[in-house]
Write a protein that binds this ligand. Structure first.
Ligand code: C2E
Ligand code: CA
Ligand code: CA
Ligand code: CA
Length: 277
């Protein structure tokens, strides 16, 4: 029996592909990464589409791996989710964003900071308390923090979403529906969410100057959002042509490589100061 067990194990190892092995090693390293301070937040500006002023930033997670260099969240967040590390990472993001906001405020830069919340965080019963604690610790007003939740996550479990949104809304935190257009929100559901902002998914912005369909969708989404009292952000704006269309369609805020890439906190401060002059 022992032998058979050994064999099946060997077989298992043979069949483990490179990707699975890679995930396993990244997973072990990710546990250490949190403790060793290898996670970073980079910040991408969101600009007022009419005046070009900075309205806020979105905090985007990066892993500065000692050998592999900077790793994007699309690579390690799925691993963190699979191995139960996402809550710990999410909690770190909440505190770090608030800490950074306080430093910027002390340097005279006052703006709303957005963080991304995962479905696991929405299910955390102490999410609201954690956010409240971080705000208090760093002396940040609730309305300065914006939480982005993707439309598909918000739709996955309506009851959880309504409960979490309710608690966060009561706290005074701003809420945004992210990647809008990729899920299947019903209009009545959208109306019930106490969200302030709607972010149109990059896929629609990408096609904006090429496809009249994309343009029609974006036009309709902006009108819908405004009718519901939400402000609209376009993400992934890369060309002046896309920007011009979005301004013409009355989009409120723009975010994308055309203006700035996500950057470390100090670089963001310099970038903002450079624009003021
Ligand atoms: P997202 O929330 O939709 O974030 C926008 C992504 O688009 C970011 O990728 C950003 O760098 C990228 N981007 C911004 N402007 C442009 C552009 O003009 N062109 C193109 N091609 N891309 C642009 P990033 O930083 O790699 O993040 C990917 C995703 O990882 C995010 O998508 C978000 O879902 C997730 N994520 C990032 N940080 C966190 C976090 O702290 N917690 C959680 N749960 N998820 C996070
Ligand atoms: Ca986002
Ligand atoms: Ca997005
Ligand atoms: Ca996205």
């Amino acid at each position: 029996a022992k032998r058979a067990g050994g064999n099946s194990c060997a077989l298992f190892e043979q069949h483990m592909d490179a990707r699975a092995l890679e995930q396993l090693s990244l997973h072990t390293e990710l546990r250490q990464a949190i403790a060793q301070g290898q996670l970073e937040l980079h910040y991408q500006p969101k600009l007022d589409s009419r005046r070009g002023q900075i309205r806020g930033v979105e905090a985007l997670l990066r892993w500065r791996h000692p050998q592999r260099g900077l790793i994007a969240p699309d690579v390690f967040i799925p691993i963190a989710e699979r191995f139960g590390l996402i809550s710990e990472i999410g909690n770190w993001v909440i505190d770090e964003a608030c800490r950074q906001m306080q430093l910027w405020q002390q340097a005279g830069l006052r703006m709303r900071v957005a963080i991304n919340l995962s479905v696991h965080q929405l299910r955390q019963s102490d999410l609201v308390e954690r956010i409240a604690t971080a705000l208090r610790r760093h002396e940040i007003e609730a309305a300065q923090l914006l939480c982005e939740i993707t439309e598909s996550v918000a739709m996955e479990d309506v009851k959880t979403t309504l409960r979490a949104f309710g608690g966060l809304g009561e706290l005074g935190v701003y809420l945004a529906i992210d990647d809008f257009g990729t899920g299947y929100s019903s209009l009545s559901y959208l109306r019930r969410l106490p969200a302030r902002q709607l972010k149109i998914d990059r896929s629609f912005i990408n096609d904006l100057d090429l496809s009249s369909d994309a343009r029609a969708v974006v036009d309709a989404v902006i009108k819908l959002a405004h009718a519901l009292g939400l402000s609209v952000v376009a993400e992934g704006v890369e060309t002046p042509a896309q920007r011009d269309i979005l301004v013409a369609l009355d989009c409120d805020e723009l975010q994308g490589y055309l203006f700035a890439r996500p950057m470390p906190a100090q670089a963001l401060l310099d970038w903002a100061a450079g624009r003021d002059r």
